[in-house]
Design a protein around this ligand. Structure first.
Ligand SMILES: [Zn+2]
Ligand SMILES: [Zn+2]
Length: 169
């Protein structure tokens, strides 16, 4: 997502409206457990503020992931307001700053970074998702398992038997 900014570089205060609907670069579509393989849309503007290029706009990205409890496929959307600055590649920059080279601004990294910051840490398919039984691995959303009928902890039943034995004696 390279944007030609040669026109706004010529005069301080000049701006360029941008509207994009493009896929992320191949290398950036897998973000941890999240896949962003549909085109992302961005609408906003670039402004030349004394040689610093200011980006301001709104991003909408669809993503796929799996429920962290039951692994079901989930499709969802993040909507993000983005404000970032790009400084010229040669100037003294800190690691947090984005740069532009020549007459182009590259938006992929900014968009990727903002998506990562706004994705949930863990996603569940539903607040009520019961996940898998930790004992037998059955998906509890689809049905009950034997374990859930038996409330007794196995260690407790050994104790129970022990006490029962001592009472019988
Ligand atoms: Zn789930
Ligand atoms: Zn079970």
């Amino acid at each position: 997502m390279k944007i030609d900014i040669s026109n706004i570089l010529k005069s301080d205060g000049a701006s360029l409206d941008i509207e994009l609907n493009e896929p992320l670069e191949e290398s950036t579509i897998a973000l941890g457990d999240f896949i962003v393989d549909r085109p992302v849309s961005f609408k906003g503007r670039l402004v030349n503020a004394g040689g610093v290029i200011k980006l301001d706009g709104h991003l909408v990205a669809e993503y796929r992931t799996n429920c962290s409890r039951c692994l079901k496929d989930i499709e969802s959307i993040v909507r993000i307001d983005i404000q970032e600055d790009f400084i010229e590649e040669d100037s003294n920059k800190t690691d947090e700053q984005y740069t532009y080279q020549g007459k182009y601004v590259e938006l992929d990294k900014v968009i990727k970074d903002n998506i990562i910051l706004n994705l949930p840490v863990r996603q569940i398919c539903d607040d009520e998702c019961k996940g898998f039984c930790p004992k037998c691995g059955v998906n509890l959303n689809k049905g009950k398992c034997e374990c859930s009928d038996d409330e007794t902890d196995p260690r407790m039943s050994i104790l129970k038997d022990f006490f029962k034995g001592s009472l019988d004696a």
